[in-house]
Design a protein around this ligand. Structure first.
Ligand code: 3PG
Length: 209
């Protein structure tokens, strides 16, 4: 199964901001316990690369890097074990480094021009970010019409109340968000809350046919 298939199977991408890599192993276990062995660890904190290394070394969690802005960060993410790399916007150098390193690039794109630019770089799955303020599910449905081969991973401002409207779209591979992995709860060591929220999100997924 390639990484795109793993995202499509999971249908949800917990977007994590980790303040202390010392919580990474417990976080991974909490996600596994919640039935969602996948995470995007952002480079917004210095703990990001070490957290990726700890989680990827377990072998039971698919780990990606988020908020990746430069080719150097791609290298750090891949060296740590990330198998997908998420960026808030579209960067040719980042996409090209991902290709060189053999990992999936998920760059941000929310307009037709941005989606077209992604296609020109050979990218067929984009992060639709920030989803809620960029027109939400209706905007994705409208963009999918001229770009039938493109798949979207909407992220940003999505929660339990709105996740379903995105998952219902055939053009949506998976939905990302931090609502399953609240930063303050992780920082407080309350991983049970992560498992609770993750399990609830997984339980609400439409059943595979
Ligand atoms: C991201 O990094 O993709 C978003 O900040 C996550 O968005 P959310 O916190 O609104 O879920």
């Amino acid at each position: 199964m390639d990484t795109t298939d793993q995202l499509a199977q999971a249908r949800l991408v917990p977007v994590v901001v980790l303040d202390d890599a010392g919580h990474a192993d417990a976080l991974a276990q909490a996600l596994v316990d919640g039935g969602l062995p996948l995470a995007e660890i952002t480079f917004r904190t210095a703990a990001g690369p070490e957290a990726i290394r700890i989680m990827a070394a377990r072998g039971d969690v698919v780990v990606g890097a988020g908020t990746v802005l430069t080719p150097e960060q791609v290298d750090r993410a891949v060296d740590a074990g990330a198998t997908f790399v998420v960026s808030p916007g579209l960067s040719r150098p980042v996409v090209e480094r991902c290709r060189e390193r053999g990992v999936l690039a998920l760059p941000g794109a929310v307009t037709a021009t941005e989606v077209q630019a992604a296609l020109e770089l050979g990218v067929e799955t984009v992060k639709f970010f920030p989803a809620a303020t960029s027109g939400g599910a209706a905007a994705i449905a409208a963009l999918a019409a001229p770009f039938p081969g493109v798949r979207f991973v909407p992220t940003g401002g999505i929660g339990p109340g709105t996740v379903q409207e995105y998952l219902d779209l055939p053009s949506v591979t998976a939905v990302g968000g931090s609502w399953m992995v609240p930063r303050d709860r992780i920082a407080a060591g309350d991983l049970a809350e992560v498992t609770r929220r993750t399990a609830a999100a997984v339980a609400a997924l439409p059943r595979a046919e």
